[in-house]
Design a protein around this ligand. Structure first.
Ligand code: TYM
Length: 346
């Protein structure tokens, strides 16, 4: 008699430690991670090396790396079932990037929209790593051979590239790498800026008024919502031609759990003057449990370090297996250990 062994599926995802995680990061990505961890073997990475592709102040970056990891925990990632780690603590990420650099065509990277947008902003200051960013992202993912990668809509092109790099590797060297599926939930996949309903809520927007950070105080949230861009049309509707109105209603719908019909029935005749204070209160209440868990996580001396140490050990174990295989298939030989005592190469 054979017993079926359940195959645990894996997921991998990550966020950059720049500034703070905001509502867009949570609704587009982290919320999916929290749901998925019950079902999948999960790896969640703080991608610090990606953050270095843009100018950073070292002390602020150090703080943001720890804060991002603590926020993963505060959002409900459970280190007993999921692996949380810092990208640069697992050197396999950079090594696999180099190996992929040797097979990724330049013109695939030249097509990347995020690179083009950032390069325009930076002008002559644009560095090589910013161009290579999607290859590092492919290495992040493929090291863990995940079945699924849950992300927001803005990551679709990078994920398609990851799949192309995996296919190219497999075509050239044999079927080693799993081609991961992209998981983008419809709800919350693209939360827009509070100051411009046509551009996404982003950590890199110079105006803090454009986003709700997960650690914002109630006062800050009320101020940001009251100053959020709106329109002059009376009656609030989920109308895609009214991007600011749509975005605010959408945030309200996701956080309150109410249906669009209920919300339109309630605010269909009202203006933003009535709606905005209600939206502020929904956000304040929604974020309260995150903020108290965050305080607990950072308040317990040594806890975060223990989670990150265990996480990087577990992640390294899986990552190094893939790296070893890729190295061998590309024709590299295993490292030769050198014994100091005997003065010989083994
Ligand atoms: P990052 O740090 O910009 O964002 C982290 C996650 O949040 C999602 N997201 C949003 N979702 C909805 N609305 C928004 N306004 C919004 N803004 C951000 C992103 O889609 C993402 O899922 N390149 C990645 C980090 C990365 C990565 C990886 C992700 C590096 N390696 C491997 C997945 C797998 C980035 O910059 O995400």
């Amino acid at each position: 008699m054979t017993t079926a062994v359940p195959i645990t599926k894996r997921i991998f995802s990550g966020a950059q430690p720049t500034g703070q995680l905001h509502l867009g990061n949570y609704l587009g990505a982290v919320r999916s991670w929290v749901i998925a961890q019950a079902e999948y073997e999960s790896y969640f990475c703080v991608v610090d090396l990606h953050a270095l592709t843009m100018p950073q102040k070292p002390q602020e970056l150090r703080e943001a790396i720890r804060r991002t990891a603590a926020l993963y925990l505060a959002c409900g990632i459970d280190p007993k079932v999921s692996t949380i780690f810092i990208q640069s603590h697992v050197p396999a990420h950079t090594e696999l990037t180099w190996l992929f650099n040797c097979i990724a065509p330049m013109n695939w990277l030249e097509r990347m929209i995020q690179y083009k947008e950032k390069a325009i902003k930076l002008g002559e200051d644009v560095n090589i790593a910013l161009f290579d960013y999607p290859v590092l992202q492919a290495a992040d993912i493929l090291l863990y051979q995940p079945h699924l990668v849950p992300v927001g809509e803005d990551q679709r092109q990078h994920l398609e590239l990851t799949r192309d790099i995996a296919r190219r590797f497999n075509d050239k060297f044999g079927n080693t790498l799993r081609i991961p599926e992209i998981l983008i939930r419809q709800e919350g996949a693209r939360v827009m800026s509070l100051q411009d309903g046509t551009s996404k809520m982003s950590k890199s927007d110079p105006s803090d008024l454009s986003r709700i950070n997960l650690l914002d105080t109630p006062e800050a949230i009320r101020k940001k919502i009251s100053k959020a861009k709106s329109d002059q049309i009376l009656g609030l509707r989920f109308d895609a031609n009214r991007p600011e109105c749509y975005n605010l209603l959408n945030i309200y719908a996701i956080l309150s759990g109410e249906s669009r019909e209920t919300i339109e029935a309630e605010f269909g005749e009202a203006g933003f003057g009535k709606f905005k204070p209600r939206l502020s209160e929904v956000i304040v209440e929604y974020l309260k449990p995150f903020q108290s868990r965050y305080a607990e996580v950072v308040g317990e001396t040594g806890y975060l370090d223990t989670v990150l140490r265990d996480g990087s050990e577990r992640a390294s174990y899986v990552a190094n297996q893939t790296l070893k295989e890729v190295r061998e298939q590309m024709g590299l030989i295993p490292p030769i250990s050198f014994s100091l005592e005997e003065g010989s190469v083994r």
